[in-house]
Design a protein around this ligand. Structure first.
Ligand SMILES: Nc1ncnc2c1ncn2[C@@H]1O[C@H](COP(=O)(O)OP(=O)(O)OP(=O)(O)O)[C@@H](O)[C@H]1O
Ligand SMILES: Nc1ncnc2c1ncn2[C@@H]1O[C@H](COP(=O)(O)OP(=O)(O)OP(=O)(O)O)[C@@H](O)[C@H]1O
Ligand SMILES: [Mg+2]
Ligand SMILES: [Mg+2]
Lengths: 258, 258
């Protein structure tokens, strides 16, 4: 079977890419065949995995009906971890997709053959911020939504909004099967009270969705992508690596990935 | 005259809202009549200014041709500072606008009467992340683009992309007058080398665009919005307040706002 996760949050800079990359890497280290789909025209996940951006190498073509997702799959230097990269042209999809037929189901159609081929146990989609065409398409294509929430006040405000959008997609019958898979608290700053308060607040509202693994704010996690490395390649003994390894254990457990 | 600034960067969480709110507040403190336009369906700027979100009170209606921008103007508790708020419905604009006629010029048309009325010396548009309909509309509507860049590696990658989009809008004749007004370095972390390196890198590439005022990473700046306050109301003696006051001085100077 293949389980499709989308990591989405319309709020920017809340650790979606850092989580997509390092959660996927942690799953791959546990020998779970994982494919990262970079759905952000900014292609941060692509760079973070050490892959060169190339014009024409993204889901832009397949989303327009030109070519298949298969031919975009790129191996990484990590065993059991592959990537469908992104590049700038994908930005045009945000605007063009909205002008087409059945525009919310396009990504679902593009990923269908990948699902059916059973090549990967987990597909992790990294979304751009904002709830535009690409993010909405990923919500319509996924089995589970994983939300990353920065341990800051403003991050809380967006939570309600994305949950309402999940409800809209379900009641409009666009993706009735979409479930909120879990909430990952990121960039926890041990030196402030604010971080603790935000985590407790989320625990109160979503006690069985919040993951126990809270990702600490650490410079190592922000440095790794500038070397095109996952945290496991960059600093495997760091608190950031430990946190993502523990998150992977929870994800495997919660979604039966083994 | 009225000068329209848009604060945009497709990358999320890079201080767009924090800068829109506190730069506007600093200008208002210097008696420069300023209007903040919250163009982000997440309405973070609206909350940060202590204004309650209200369904129907945003540019969503005017962008669809229903009602004018004037009737959306909301006073704040700060003299010389007003706000056009946002609320969740604006998210629909991201998808609906793309399906209409002349879809990049809609915001420009909506703001035109405001410009002409000369009620404000400065209009500051806070954009959502990602380069969707709303951000592209704001680029098409503005005189100057102000880019905020977080002092982190990934922030650099997005700079080239937004500058290419500015060029596209200019060469497609959609907004030939749009200029890159300046780059604000935000969330400078004195404890890391990475921050310093990112600032130096940007200084090398855009020496006359980068502002001297660099905004430090400080907990006070992230706490203020949770009380619905600008940094000047929350902690006027803080390094964050000083930095935004100095930024306002540079902005007044560079764009002749006095
Ligand atoms: N735990 C962490 N500690 C320190 N820095 C972090 C951490 N997680 C992410 N960062 C840094 O914070 C910035 C934002 O993170 P990231 O790019 O993962 O967020 P995002 O939600 O994907 O952003 P966007 O909405 O733009 O796609 C990046 O520079 C990243 O390296
Ligand atoms: N200088 C700073 N020091 C500490 N925290 C900051 C600073 N500037 C912004 N923040 C915090 O970082 C987070 C992101 O900032 P902000 O909301 O201004 O970014 P943004 O670019 O508007 O995000 P988005 O792309 O989602 O609109 C917020 O929680 C904010 O309070
Ligand atoms: Mg990202
Ligand atoms: Mg913002």
């Amino acid at each position: 079977p293949t389980t499709v996760f989308t990591i989405a949050n319309q709020k920017g800079g809340v650790g979606k890419t850092t989580t997509a990359v390092n959660l996927a890497a942690a799953l791959a280290e546990k020998k779970i065949h994982t494919l990262v789909v970079d759905l952000d025209p900014q292609a941060n996940a692509t760079s973070a995995l050490g892959i060169e951006k190339q014009t024409g190498k993204s889901l832009y073509g397949p989303l327009r009906g030109e070519g298949s997702a298969f031919e975009m799959i790129t191996p990484t230097v990590y065993e059991h971890l592959a990537l469908i990269p992104s590049e700038e042209d994908l930005a045009a999809a945000e605007i063009e997709l909205a002008q087409g037929e059945n525009y919310l189901a396009r990504l679902r159609g593009v990923l269908e053959p990948l699902r059916a081929s059973n090549g990967y146990r987990a597909i992790i989609i990294d979304c751009p911020p904002a709830l535009g065409m690409l993010s909405m398409n990923s919500l319509a294509a996924a089995d589970f939504l994983l939300i990353t929430l920065q341990c800051e006040y403003m991050a809380l405000e967006g939570l309600g909004q994305i949950l309402r959008n999940v409800e809209r997609l379900k009641s409009a019958n666009i993706n009735p099967a979409l479930e909120l898979g879990g909430v990952v608290m990121t960039m926890f700053d041990v030196r402030t009270n604010l971080s603790r308060q935000v985590v407790d607040e989320v625990k109160k509202h979503l006690p069985d969705k919040i993951f126990d693994s809270v990702i600490p704010r650490t410079v190592r996690l922000s440095e790794a992508p500038s070397f095109g490395k996952t945290i496991f390649a960059y600093d495997p003994a760091s608190p950031g690596a430990t946190a993502y390894k523990n998150l992977a254990k929870e994800v495997i457990e919660r979604f039966g990935l083994k």
